[in-house]
Design a protein around this ligand. Structure first.
Ligand SMILES: Nc1ncnc2c1ncn2[C@@H]1O[C@H](COP(=O)(O)OP(=O)(O)O)[C@@H](O)[C@H]1O
Ligand SMILES: [Mg+2]
Length: 578
C-alpha cells in the first residue's frame, strides 16, 4: 500500500489533469442520478396528468443529460488515461536513469530479463491502475454512496430492502475472489513462464539449432501454452459459476421492489413515477459492486508491481563521488596498488588477495595469467567499476575514490574483454564516446586498429549499418572496432583487456605494434592483458597473476629465468604454435 501511495504522490505532477478527471466523474455521477428523476417527472407530471408538454420537455432534457453523460464519460476516461500516461512516462525515465547510474555490482546480481519486465510490464500494470482502476473505484464509491442517499430519501423502507443486496453481493464477490485468488495468480505466473521460455529461446536459438533441440523446445513451449489455456479455462468456469448467482440476486431485488413498491403505489404512499425511478437506480447499484470487486486483484497486482519498480528506483548506488572529490586532470603515470584485496559482492572467496605494485610513468604493463586468475578484476578497480574491499588503488598518490567518477572514467580508455557494439553505423559506433570527432581522426584510429581496410571494403564504408539488422561482423572485426572506439577518446590511461583474442595472430601483432607506439606517445600508463607471449614480450614489465595473487613481475627475460610458471606458460604456447 505504501508503494501505491507513492504512485498516487507521483500524480501530483499531473494534478490539473487529475482534477479534470475527478470533476468529470462527479458530473457524470450527477447526470446518472438525475436521469431516473426525469423519468419520474415525465410519468407523474406528464403521462399521468396527460400533459404532453411536460412529456416533451422531459424527453428533451433526457437527451441533453444523455449528451452530457457521454461528454463527462469521455472527459473522465480521457483525463485519467492522460494522467496515467504521464505517470508511466516519468517512471520509465526515472528507472532508466537509475539503471544508467547503478554500479556494476548491481547489474552483476540482477537479471536483465527481470529489469526488462520492470520497465515494461510492471510499469504498464501501474499505468492501468492509475488510468482505469483508480477512477473506476473512486467513481463506484461515489455512485454507491450518492445512490444510497437518494434511495433513502425517496423511501427509506424500500431503500433498506434494496440495500441489503449490497453486502450480500459484496460478500459473494469477495468469496469468489478469495477462492480464486490462487487461480488468477496462476494465470499471471503461467504467462510469465511462457514468456520466459520464449525469451530464452530467442537468445539461444543458435544453440538450439546446433544441437537439433527444436522439437524439445517446441514441446516445452506447447506444454506451457497448454497449461496457460487450462488455468484460463478454470477461471472462466469459476466466473461462469458465480456471476449468475449475483445477477439472480439483483433480479430478486427487482421483484421485491415491484412487489413492495407496487403495494405502496396502490396504497397511494408512492407514485408510479417514483417506483420506476427507484427501479432504474437499482442498475446503478450492481455495477459499482462488480467494479470494486474486480478492481481488488488489479490493485493488489499494481501494488506488487509498484513495489518492484520502486525497489530499483531506491536501489543504493554503491559507487559514487565522495563529498570532496576532485577532478582527475593531470596524469603522472604512477598507478599504485597497495595491498589490494577484493571480493565480488556475494562471492565466497576473494578474487584478489593482497595485490601490490606500482607503475612508472609511460610504462607499458602486460598482465598474464590463466583465466579466472584475476586479470580483469585488477583492471576493474582502476576506473572504480568496483571499489577495493581492502587496501587502496592510487593514481599519482591519490586514492581513486577521492577523484570524481566522471573525470576518472573519461580519462581511462578501456577495451573490454567482451565487445558490445550498438545498432547504428560503424561510424556511430566508432564515435560513440567522441561524437564530434572529425572523419580524418576516425580513419586514423581505424587504421591503427587494423580495421580501416575492412571498413572501406564494405559497400557503404563507414556508413554501414551494424548490430541488429545490420551487417554481421566477426568477433575479431568487432574487437578491432572496439579498440578504435576507445582510441578516439580522451584517454590518459589505456587498458586493453584481451582485446585481440579473436583476432588472428598476424593482425594482432600489427595492432600491437601500432598500439605500442601510440601508447608510449599518448598515455601515461598502459595495461595490456593478453594470452599471447608475442604480445607481452614488448611490455616494459609483465605482471604474472595466479589465483588472485601477483606471483611474479619483471621483463620477459627476467621472468624466463626466475618464474617456473611463466616458463611453463611460454612452453605451452610455443608447443601450440609449433
Ligand atoms: N562479476 C563477477 N561477480 C562475481 N565473481 C566474478 C565476477 N567477475 C569475475 N568473478 C570471479 O573472479 C575471479 C577472477 O575473474 P577475472 O578477473 O575475470 O579473471 P581473468 O580476467 O583473469 O580471467 C574468477 O574466479 C571469477 O569467477
Ligand atoms: Mg578477464
Amino acid at each position: 500500500m505504501q508503494s501505491l501511495n507513492r504512485v498516487l504522490g507521483s500524480l501530483n505532477a499531473y494534478r490539473f489533469i487529475a482534477i479534470g478527471a475527478v470533476v468529470s466523474l462527479l458530473l457524470l455521477t450527477a447526470a446518472n442520478a438525475v436521469t431516473p428523476q426525469l423519468f419520474r417527472w415525465a410519468i407523474d407530471q406528464g403521462i399521468a396528468q396527460k400533459n404532453l408538454q411536460i412529456v416533451l420537455y422531459s424527453a428533451a432534457l433526457m437527451v441533453l443529460v444523455a449528451v452530457g453523460r457521454g461528454l463527462f464519460n469521455f472527459g473522465q476516461s480521457f483525463w485519467a488515461e492522460a494522467a496515467s500516461q504521464g505517470v508511466a512516462y516519468d517512471l520509465r525515465n526515472t528507472i532508466f536513469t537509475k539503471i544508467q547510474n547503478l554500479s556494476f555490482s548491481y547489474h552483476d546480481q540482477s537479471q536483465t530479463s527481470q529489469l526488462l519486465t520492470r520497465i515494461t510490464s510492471d510499469i504498464e500494470q501501474i499505468r492501468t491502475f492509475v488510468g482505469t482502476t483508480l477512477i473506476q473505484v473512486v467513481g463506484s464509491v461515489v455512485t454507491l454512496v450518492s445512490i444510497a442517499i437518494i434511495l433513502l430519501l425517496m423511501d427509506w423502507q424500500l431503500a433498506l430492502i434494496t440495500l441489503v443486496m449490497v453486502p450480500i453481493a459484496g460478500f459473494l464477490l469477495a468469496q469468489f475472489l478469495t477462492r480464486n485468488q490462487k487461480l488468477f495468480e496462476r494465470v499471471q505466473e503461467q504467462l510469465g513462464n511462457l514468456n520466459g521460455v520464449l525469451q530464452e529461446n530467442l537468445f539461444g536459438i543458435r544453440v538450439v539449432k546446433a544441437f537439433v533441440r527444436e522439437p524439445v523446445e517446441m514441446g516445452r513451449y506447447s506444454k506451457l501454452n497448454d497449461d496457460l489455456i487450462a488455468v484460463n479455462m478454470r477461471t472462466i468456469r469459476a466466473i461462469a459459476n458465480t456471476f449468475p448467482v449475483i445477477f439472480l440476486l439483483s433480479n430478486l431485488i427487482t421483484l421485491a421492489v415491484v412487489g413492495y413498491g407496487g403495494a405502496e403505489v396502490i396504497g397511494e404512499r408512492f407514485s408510479i413515477g417514483e417506483l420506476v425511478a427507484f427501479n432504474s437506480y437499482l442498475m446503478f447499484i450492481l455495477q459499482p459492486i462488480l467494479l470494486i470487486g474486480f478492481a481488488a486483484p488489479v490493485i493488489a497486482q499494481a501494488a506488487a508491481s509498484a513495489e518492484r519498480v520502486y525497489e530499483v528506483v531506491d536501489a543504493e548506488i554503491e559507487i559514487r563521488d565522495r563529498p570532496n572529490a576532485i577532478p582527475f586532470e593531470k596524469c603522472g603515470g604512477r598507478i599504485t596498488f597497495e595491498n589490494v584485496h577484493f571480493r565480488y559482492p556475494g562471492a565466497a572467496t576473494e578474487a584478489l588477495k593482497g595485490i601490490s605494485f606500482e607503475t612508472k610513468p609511460k610504462e607499458l604493463i602486460a598482465i598474464l595469467g590463466a583465466t579466472g586468475s584475476g586479470k580483469s578484476t585488477i583492471m576493474n578497480l582502476i576506473p572504480r567499476f568496483y571499489d577495493v574491499t581492502e587496501g587502496a588503488v592510487r593514481i599519482d598518490g591519490r586514492d581513486v575514490r577521492d577523484l570524481t567518477l566522471e573525470s576518472l572514467r573519461s580519462h581511462i580508455g578501456i577495451v573490454f574483454q567482451e565487445t558490445t557494439l550498438f545498432s547504428g553505423t560503424i561510424r556511430d559506433n566508432l564515435t560513440y564516446a567522441a561524437p564530434n570527432a572529425p572523419l580524418e581522426r576516425v580513419i586514423e584510429v581505424a587504421k591503427t586498429a587494423q580495421i580501416h581496410d575492412f571498413i572501406t571494403s564494405l559497400p557503404d564504408g563507414y556508413e554501414t549499418l551494424v548490430g541488429e539488422r545490420g551487417v554481421g561482423l566477426s568477433g575479431g572485426q568487432k574487437q578491432r572496432i572496439a579498440v578504435a572506439r576507445t582510441l578516439l577518446t580522451d584517454y590518459r590511461i589505456l587498458i586493453l583487456d584481451d582485446s585481440t583474442s579473436a583476432v588472428d595472430a598476424k593482425t594482432a601483432a600489427q595492432i600491437q605494434e601500432a598500439l605500442d607506439e601510440l601508447m608510449r606517445l599518448h598515455t601515461c600508463t598502459a595495461f595490456v592483458i593478453a594470452q599471447r607471449i608475442s604480445t607481452v614480450r614488448n611490455a616494459d614489465r609483465i605482471l604474472l597473476m595466479n589465483q588472485g595473487q601477483l606471483v611474479a613481475q619483471g621483463t620477459h627475460d627476467e621472468l624466463m629465468h626466475s618464474s617456473p610458471l611463466y616458463g611453463s606458460i611460454l612452453e605451452s604456447q610455443v608447443r601450440q604454435a609449433a
